[in-house]
Design a binder for this molecule. Structure first.
Ligand SMILES: Nc1ncnc2c1ncn2[C@@H]1O[C@H](COP(=O)(O)OP(=O)(O)OP(=O)(O)O)[C@@H](O)[C@H]1O
Ligand SMILES: [Mg+2]
Length: 268
């Protein structure tokens, strides 16, 4: 469904944010894309969506090549970016109507589709309030409604629960799961909340410094890491930390430091 081959992004300043990434997301997956801050997740999502141009490699979505600033896949996908501006002077309902029209929803369907997505995200009762007066959680819900208003088959959600309270996080997770189960929407999601990811995703990838460290079905990874981590029930958090934690301050650094600088060791 989504296939990235050798995907690479070197920014103009020479920094390689994504390095030869190969990914495959299958139909029906809720695919968690994980990594520490600066790992290259947002950069990857933007390349998968055709919003920035890869320096190398290619992306296909449902077999169609994603080209930079080309709308060829825009009807198939919905995107909730990491940070996005809302039109604060519009009501939620006006905002969704605008995007339904922009995304080419059939004119006769616009009104009913807007009502449907308002119900989906639990905002029907607040649809006539100005977005500028919404809380962060309400804005995220309207953002998700905008992402699905044109009935895309794949949605990309870049940290959709960032800054939400525990109830807000749960609500968004349940919207995502229902979209996947009831509407067959394939989901590509980034989040730093590993518990959230392990609850909703069937497949995950872990990246660091632009490189893919691990990828696979979560239940299989957990089985596979039992031996590696010498732990009968490793969690996603255990796997994540075992792969992404630097040795700084760990035994190896202290030892090497001792070797070079007698009497000092760096422990953060
Ligand atoms: N326009 C740019 N020019 C140069 N470097 C950039 C640019 N945009 C991002 N980067 C760098 O690329 C790296 C990856 O950034 P990216 O935003 O993709 O990370 P991320 O995994 O989404 O991080 P976070 O978890 O904090 O959202 C970072 O080191 C960042 O500073
Ligand atoms: Mg990011």
């Amino acid at each position: 469904m989504i296939k990235a081959t050798n995907l690479t992004k070197q920014y103009d300043n020479g920094f390689v944010a994504v390095d030869s990434l190969n990914l495959q997301v299958n139909k029906g997956d809720i695919y968690g894309f994980l990594g520490p801050n600066g790992a290259g997740k947002t950069t990857t999502i933007r390349m998968l969506n055709g919003l920035i141009e890869p320096s190398d490699g290619s992306v296909t979505i449902e077999g169609k090549e994603v080209k930079y600033e080309n709308a060829s896949v825009s009807k198939l996908i919905g995107v909730l970016p990491e940070s996005h501006g809302y039109y604060n002077w519009m009501t939620g309902r006006e905002y969704l109507k605008l995007f339904a029209e922009l995304y080419g929803v059939d004119k006769k369907r616009v009104k009913s589709r807007v009502e449907e997505v308002l119900e989906w995200v639990g905002m029907a009762g607040k649809a006539d309030i100005l977005i500028g007066q919404y809380s962060r959680g309400m804005k995220q819900r309207i953002g998700i409604a905008k992402t699905i208003v044109h009935e895309p088959s794949i949605i990309f959600l870049d940290e959709p629960t960032l800054g939400l309270d525990p109830q807000g996080q749960k609500d968004i997770q349940s919207i995502i799961t229902r979209l996947n189960q009831e509407q067959n929407v394939t989901v590509f999601i980034t989040s730093h909340l590993l518990k959230e990811i392990s609850e909703i995703c069937n497949r995950i990838a872990i990246v660091k410094q632009g490189k893919l460290l691990e990828e696979g079905y979560l239940d299989e990874l957990i089985k596979g890491y039992r031996l590696v981590l010498k732990n009968e029930n490793p969690t996603l958090e255990d796997i994540f930390f075992s792969l992404t934690t630097d040795e700084v301050g760990g035994v190896s650094d202290v030892q090497s430091n001792k070797k070079g600088n007698k009497g000092t060791c760096i422990i953060p």
